[in-house]
Ligand binder design. Structure first.
Ligand SMILES: NC(=O)c1ccc[n+]([C@@H]2O[C@H](COP(=O)([O-])OP(=O)(O)OC[C@H]3O[C@@H](n4cnc5c(N)ncnc54)[C@H](O)[C@@H]3O)[C@@H](O)[C@H]2O)c1
Length: 259
C-alpha cells in the first residue's frame, strides 16, 4: 500500500458536529497521515461535542466559526497564521437550509430561505478561500475540498433549494480552481452518496434514499464516511497533484445509472 505522509502539513476543517460528520472522518484520516489540524465548531451548542472529538487528535486547534459571520472567518485565519504560520489544506463540509424549505414544495421557496441556504452552503467557500489563499501561497500551494451531492445536477425530491446551493457550490469550485491555479492551489469537490448524518436527517425521505442506493448502485451497497475520507485524503495530498476543478463521486457508482 502507498503511504501518504502529511507530516509538517497543516489543515483547517469546517463542519464537524459529531462523530457521524463527514468532516470528522476526514479529520481522523488527515491526522493519521500526520497533518496538524484546526477544527471549527458552528456555535456554543456544538462546542462541547467538537471539543471532545478534537481532544482525540494530537495538538489540534479548536476555533469557533459560523460561516455566515465574516468576523469569525477572519479570526480563524488570524489564529491559524499565529499558530501554524501557513496552511496546506482546507475542508469545507458545511451546509444548511431552513427546515421548512426542505419540507414543502420547491416552488414555495422563500427569499430568506434561498438566501440562507446559498450563503451558508455555497457562498461560504469564497471567504474561506480568500482567507486561505495567502497562507497557502506561503506554503507553496495548497488544496481545498468541498462536499457536494448529486442534487446539484439532477432533480432530487425534497432536496429543493439545497440542490440549488450545491449547483452554486460546484460552479464556485470550478471558478476558484481557475483563479487559484496559478498559486498552485487546487479546488475540488466530493459528491458523496447518502450517509446517515445530522444534516442528512433534515432531508425529507432520506431513509428512502438510503434504501434506494443498494438497489440501484453498481456496487449494490451504500458508502461509508471512511470511504469519503479516503478520497478526501487523496484529493488533498500530492497524489492528486494534477487534478483541480473536479467533482469526484464517492457514491458506489449510483450517478452513472440511467435507470
Ligand atoms: N450526509 C450525506 O448524505 C451527504 C451527501 C452528500 C453531501 N453531503 C454534504 O456533506 C457536508 C457535511 O454534512 P454531513 O452529512 O457530514 O452532516 P453534519 O450535520 O455532520 O455536518 C454539517 C455541518 O455543517 C455545519 N454548519 C451548518 N451551518 C453552519 C454555519 N452557519 N456555520 C458553520 N457551520 C455550519 C454544522 O455545524 C455541521 O457541522 C455538507 O455539505 C453536506 O451537504 C452530505
Amino acid at each position: 500500500m502507498y503511504e501518504i505522509d502529511l507530516s509538517g502539513k497543516y489543515g483547517l476543517i469546517l463542519g464537524v458536529a459529531n462523530k457521524r460528520s463527514i468532516a470528522w472522518a476526514i479529520a481522523q484520516q488527515l491526522s493519521q497521515a500526520g497533518a496538524r489540524l484546526a477544527l471549527t465548531y458552528q456555535d456554543d451548542r456544538l462546542k462541547p461535542k467538537v471539543a471532545e472529538l478534537a481532544g482525540q487528535l494530537p495538538d489540534t486547534l479548536l476555533l469557533p466559526c459560523d460561516v455566515s459571520d465574516d468576523t469569525q472567518i477572519e479570526a480563524v485565519f488570524a489564529q491559524i497564521e499565529k499558530s501554524f504560520g501557513r496552511l496546506d489544506y482546507l475542508v469545507h463540509s458545511v451546509a444548511f437550509a431552513p427546515r421548512q424549505e426542505l419540507e414543502g414544495a420547491f416552488v414555495d421557496t422563500s427569499r430568506a430561505g434561498f438566501r440562507t441556504a446559498l450563503e451558508v452552503s455555497a457562498y461560504s467557500l469564497l471567504p474561506l478561500a480568500r482567507g486561505a489563499q495567502p497562507l497557502m501561497e506561503r506554503a507553496g500551494g495548497g488544496s481545498l475540498i468541498a462536499m457536494t451531492y448529486l442534487a446539484a445536477e439532477r432533480a432530487v425530491p425534497k432536496y429543493n433549494v439545497m440542490g440549488t446551493a450545491k449547483a452554486a457550490l460546484e460552479q464556485i469550485i470550478r471558478q476558484l480552481a481557475y483563479e487559484l491555479g496559478p498559486s498552485n492551489i487546487r479546488v475540488n469537490g466530493i459528491s458523496a452518496g447518502p450517509l446517515n448524518t445530522l444534516a442528512a436527517r433534515g432531508i425529507g425521505g432520506f431513509s428512502d434514499i438510503l434504501k434506494l442506493y443498494p438497489e440501484r448502485a453498481p456496487l449494490k451497497r451504500n458508502i461509508t464516511q471512511q470511504e469519503v475520507a479516503q478520497t478526501a485524503l487523496f484529493l488533498l495530498s500530492g497524489l492528486s497533484s494534477g487534478i483541480t476543478g473536479e467533482v469526484v463521486y464517492v457514491d458506489a457508482g449510483y450517478h452513472i445509472m440511467g435507470f
